[in-house]
Design a protein around this ligand. Structure first.
Ligand SMILES: Nc1ncnc2c1ncn2[C@@H]1O[C@H](COP(=O)(O)OP(=O)(O)OP(=O)(O)O)[C@@H](O)[C@H]1O
Length: 207
């Protein structure tokens, strides 16, 4: 499977945020998106996630499962916020996402306990999400990537609020996902420590 972005541009309000962005990612490849604040990294991820329409250009898949043409149908999106309810327990949150997202063709999510263990937080899934520290909350948001199978991971500053150990853990999760033929697009200033990465430097739109 390949993910292709061709000549993408996007607008927020009146402003064109970026223009003519193209890239191709094959199964097992990652794209690291960097650029200064406001250069459009989050906007690009939101376009890829199908949350925002592109002003022009095309995003499509080649060789994906039959019936899936747009990457967002096969994607996990981890935004700046963790998308967890503070008053529900970790287990309830993850269980919701597992049922809501379901598995894409070609893989299966892992059990909630196994996902919590994989992010180093086994034993606290009974706590309300709001009780967790900022770093623990981010780790649990990563567990969401594991409880339902999606071949494409769209990650916006995934390692914000993480300590060095969690950085390494996260790099390991990404490496495993790529080894299994996944695709990762991450806006991050933290090196992923993975060789199979392409780079996209956003500059913001020059009027
Ligand atoms: N809803 C909106 N309406 C109008 N402009 C917006 C909206 N959301 C974002 N913008 C503008 O779009 C530009 C790109 O924002 P974006 O969040 O994509 O940048 P970014 O590169 O992810 O920044 P950061 O590194 O700070 O997270 C910014 O100038 C921002 O002010």
């Amino acid at each position: 499977m390949r993910l292709l972005a061709e000549g993408l541009s996007a607008r927020r309000g009146e402003d064109l945020i970026f223009h003519d962005i193209s890239f191709v990612l094959a199964a097992g490849e990652a794209l690291v998106v960097t650029g200064p604040n406001g250069s459009g990294k989050s906007t690009l991820l939101r376009v890829l996630a199908g949350l925002l329409g592109a002003e022009s250009g095309r995003i499509h898949l080649e060789g994906g499962p039959p019936g899936f043409e747009h990457p967002h149908e096969l994607s996990h999106y981890l935004g700046h916020r963790n998308a967890m309810k503070r008053e529900l327990t970790v287990e309830e949150n993850l269980s919701f996402w597992q049922r809501f997202l379901g598995d894409s063709p070609g893989g299966a999510g892992i059990a909630l306990d196994a996902a919590a263990e994989a992010v180093g937080l086994a034993g606290i899934t009974h706590l309300p999400f709001g009780y967790l520290s900022a770093g623990q909350q981010r780790r649990m948001a990563m567990a969401k990537l594991l409880v339902a199978y999606r071949p494409i991971w769209l990650l916006d500053e995934p390692t914000a609020a993480l300590d060095a150990g969690a950085d390494r853990l996260f790099a390991g999760l990404v490496a495993t996902h790529l080894d299994r033929g996944g695709i990762v697009i991450a806006a991050t200033h933290q090196p992923l420590g993975i060789e199979r990465t392409k780079a996209l430097q956003m500059t913001g739109f020059v009027h």
